[in-house]
Design a binder for this molecule. Structure first.
Ligand code: COA
Length: 253
């Protein structure tokens, strides 16, 4: 089992659990997370969703083997179903970033409502280093959130950053000691048990509404370029270099 789900005390937990591959996300895992988010929306007993990982790892992002062998085919593919299900989730979503958060491990945080990061976590969006481009509307949201030049460090250079940096640039609420991050995130999620659920949903919808259409449009444009780049020689060199545990050589392009 690589995605564990459980609902306890009004909180639906989605736990990424594939530690042997640093919690890399396969197609089946995206599908399981999409299904769990939709189930949380339709379960009246759920007041908030908690997304978490394993000690030291949130997720190392998309499984790179899948990127090579089973690249996403169109907007119905499991990765886009997950992205859409998170965007459509009208209940509060809390993320406990338990450790390394790469690629979609960071971009999904832009679509959560509360983000708590372990003091051992490292975040990174190395899309360009992989011959790819930003996804999940990060090319829109990040420059808006922190300004172009700081977003360029993260999206064009793929510079890794800490939880404290994530708080500083508006991606996360707080940094916590590694052993406390999940408990704190759960307690924050449980606070919604004492709040009126209809008002919470309406507030979230209002906060997300102004960017909603633009997000969808940008996601589609990113996905077209991302899909083409997945088949590019630059991306193949980057993926092969990762699995061969060597530095990629882009000098020939
Ligand atoms: N896809 C597939 N396999 C992955 C993976 C991924 N995204 N991330 C890690 N793994 C695998 C490694 O291949 C390795 O497998 P092996 O034991 O069979 O050799 C195992 O998980 C452990 O990874 P390793 O790189 O040895 O761990 P680390 O602690 O040294 O580094 C990371 C952790 C996350 C920094 C590093 O694994 C990494 O950079 N992963 C790729 C991240 C990435 O580019 N994601 C895509 C973003 S779009």
């Amino acid at each position: 089992m690589t995605i564990r789900t459980a609902t306890l005390n009004g909180v639906a937990t989605i736990e990424i659990a594939r530690p042997e591959k640093k919690n890399a996300l396969t197609l089946a895992m995206y599908q399981a997370m999409a299904d769990a988010l939709r189930a949380a929306v339709s379960d009246a007993g759920v007041r908030a969703v908690l997304i978490t990982g394993q000690p030291g790892m949130f997720t190392s992002g998309n499984d790179l083997e899948d990127f090579m062998q089973r690249p996403p085919q169109g907007m119905d593919s499991p990765v886009f179903q997950f992205m859409q299900a998170l965007l459509d989730c009208d209940k509060p979503v809390v993320a406990a970033v338990t450790g390394v958060a790469v690629g979609i491990g960071t971009t999904m945080l832009l679509h959560c409502d509360f983000v708590y990061v372990s003091d051992e976590a490292r975040l990174a969006m190395p899309f360009v280093s992989l011959g790819l481009v930003p996804e999940y509307a990060s090319s829109l949201v990040l420059p808006q959130l922190m300004g172009h030049v700081r977003a360029a460090e993260k999206l064009m250079l793929g510079e890794p950053f800490t939880g404290a940096d994530a708080v500083d640039c508006g991606i996360a609420n707080a940094v916590l000691p590694a052993g406390e991050v999940v408990g704190h995130a759960r307690r924050m999620a449980e606070r919604f048990n004492a709040l009126p659920p209809g008002a919470v949903r309406d507030a979230k919808r209002l906060m997300r509404a102004p960017l909603k259409d633009q997000l969808q449009q940008v996601m589609r444009t990113e996905a077209e370029i991302f899909g083409a780049r997945l088949r590019s020689p630059e991306a193949m060199e980057a993926f092969q270099a990762f699995f061969q545990k060597r530095k990629p050589d882009f000098s020939k392009f």
